[in-house]
Design a protein around this ligand. Structure first.
Ligand SMILES: C=C(OP(=O)(O)O)C(=O)O
Ligand SMILES: [Mn+2]
Length: 261
């Protein structure tokens, strides 16, 4: 089972980078399933129904979210109707939407779980214990999008779940890490998959505005950057019956590393 996961799509620039590169990524890697993190897709904050439909229309099978899940209030009107749009599972009991999706594929089922870390982020329920609870009900390949700030929390969750899930792939920092590996129990791991969107920017935001905030320490409203774009993702090959990972390969497309695909 070949899984293509594309990192945090930021604003219009991220959406057009996805449209630019996805057809070629599909041709080259022939993924059975395509996942994106879409929590920054609407002007950098949240997601709308129109954007979610656009992603599904271009071949995306599941959209995961994170701390910006609720930034567009309209999400409350449609998240309960869209089982392929997944918010962190460790929000408190009663939060709208689903924390996981079961995707039926020609060669088996893939369960996608979204969890959020608690270090430097909101204090949600424990993601480790929430994973235990969800995994008690699930069989077959499982991919976890672990939306978190720190590499330590991400590594710890991956080791905690080694041998129990196919992959723990980090999102949220918008910077791709180079630590991809398959842990001894068969769980593929990458601390952060990176982002898709403006390249000459700070984590996707207009760099002058971010610099201004650092220089002045005053509130400055960030806008999504413009100009050149990047796309970051990861390609996984999973055993469809055991769920174990066979390979993990990073994808990075930008003007400095156009060959690394
Ligand atoms: C890069 C992000 O960080 P922040 O929480 O500061 O927006 C994000 O969540 O998209
Ligand atoms: Mn985030």
């Amino acid at each position: 089972m070949r899984v293509l996961m594309i990192g945090d799509i930021v604003g219009d620039a991220g959406r057009s980078a996805l449209q630019d590169h996805l057809p070629r990524l599909k041709r080259t890697h022939r993924p059975d399933v395509i996942l994106v993190n879409g929590e920054n897709a609407a002007d950098g904050r949240g997601i709308t129904r129109t954007i979610a439909r656009e992603f599904f229309g271009s071949g995306v099978d599941c959209i995961t979210l994170g701390n910006h899940a609720w930034d567009r209030r309209e999400i409350f009107d449609f998240i309960d109707d869209e089982p392929r749009l997944v918010r962190p599972a460790n929000y408190p009991e009663g939060t709208p939407g689903n924390g996981f999706a079961r995707l039926a594929l020609p060669n088996g089922e893939l369960t996608v779980i979204n969890l959020m870390g608690r270090t430097f982020l909101s204090t949600l329920d424990c993601p480790f214990r929430k994973a235990d609870e969800l995994l008690a009900e699930v069989k077959g390949p499982v991919l976890i999008d672990f939306h978190g700030e720190t590499t330590s929390e991400k590594q710890a969750l991956a080791w905690y779940l080694d041998g129990r899930v196919s992959a723990v792939i980090g999102t949220h920092t918008h910077v791709q890490t180079a630590d991809e590996r398959i842990l001894p129990g068969g769980t593929a791991f990458l601390s952060d998959v990176g982002m898709t969107g403006p390249y000459d920017a700070v984590l996707g935001m207009e760099k002058e505005l971010v610099i201004k905030r650092f220089l002045t320490q005053l509130p400055v409203r960030f806008e999504v950057g413009e100009g050149r774009t990047q796309l970051n993702g990861v390609l996984l090959e999973l055993d469809p019956s055991s769920g174990g990972a066979r390979s993990i390969k990073r994808i990075r497309i930008d003007d400095d590393e156009p060959w690394f695909e």
